[in-house]
Ligand binder design. Structure first.
Ligand code: AMP
Length: 210
């Protein structure tokens, strides 16, 4: 099964993608996590991506597509994958089709903009393994530490308020048109993001039927 998670920054698509990975064993592939790792490791993709990420813009398609192709070519993705954060514009969706990737279902996690800004301030991401937490909605067992690997769970640079506004603008201009793109193919299901992460999880599992 090939799934896509779509949603504004901070809507919780990454967290839901992880829940589905835990339940189904299908690997979750986050282009944002891979790009952040590339930036940390100062690879050529990372160096090309950094300035765009810092201002809340999309990284050029060829940079992201390069790392995505490598990742979905790995063994564990042979029986399907969950894409978290890709595609981010209609061109990337077309590239997926040109690659022969058949998408079964697109889950949009929908949260109104007003709620997003409040949520983002509490988000923490493990520097080592990329797991996400939220100070209020999904706290780590030990504040500031990742439950899974013990790495530092910190606020991402691009979760700072000024960058969040720019990322929301980018989402509405470039990513939101994907809703019509996939709705037109009968593949879109929208899940309303709830106050409690477990309630959203239940709705997400229902939508996927897993
Ligand atoms: P995310 O963790 O999914 O919110 O991604 C963080 C940042 O990485 C985004 O704001 C973009 O700058 C970049 N990014 C992630 N995925 C993509 C993509 N598919 N296309 C372009 N840029 C991306």
């Amino acid at each position: 099964m090939n799934l896509i998670f779509l949603g504004a920054p901070g809507a919780g698509k990454g967290t839901q993608a992880e829940f589905v990975r835990e339940k189904t064993g299908i690997p979750a592939i986050s282009t944002g996590n891979m790009l952040r790792e590339a930036v940390r490791n100062k690879t050529s993709a990372g160096l090309a991506a950094k300035e765009y990420m810092d201002r809340g813009d999309l990284v050029p398609d060829e940079v992201v597509v390069g790392i995505l192709k490598d990742r979905i070519g790995e063994d564990d993705a042979g029986n399907g994958f969950i894409l978290d954060g890709f595609p981010r514009n209609v061109r990337q969706a077309e590239i997926l089709e040109e690659m022969g990737v058949d998408i079964d279902l697109v889950i949009e996690i929908h949260v109104p903009d007003e709620k997003i800004c409040a949520r983002m301030s509490g988000r923490r991401v493990c520097e080592k393994c990329g797991s996400s937490y939220h100070t209020e909605y999904k706290p780590a067992k030990i504040e500031g530490k990742c439950d899974l690997c013990g790495g530092d769970a910190v606020q991402r640079d691009d979760d700072k308020p000024e960058t969040v506004l720019s990322r929301l603008k980018t989402y509405h201009e470039k990513t939101a048109p994907l809703k019509d793109f996939y709705a037109g193919k009968g593949k879109l299901k929208t899940v309303e993001g709830q106050e409690l992460v477990d309630d959203t999880k239940r709705l997400t599992f229902e939508a996927i039927g897993c």
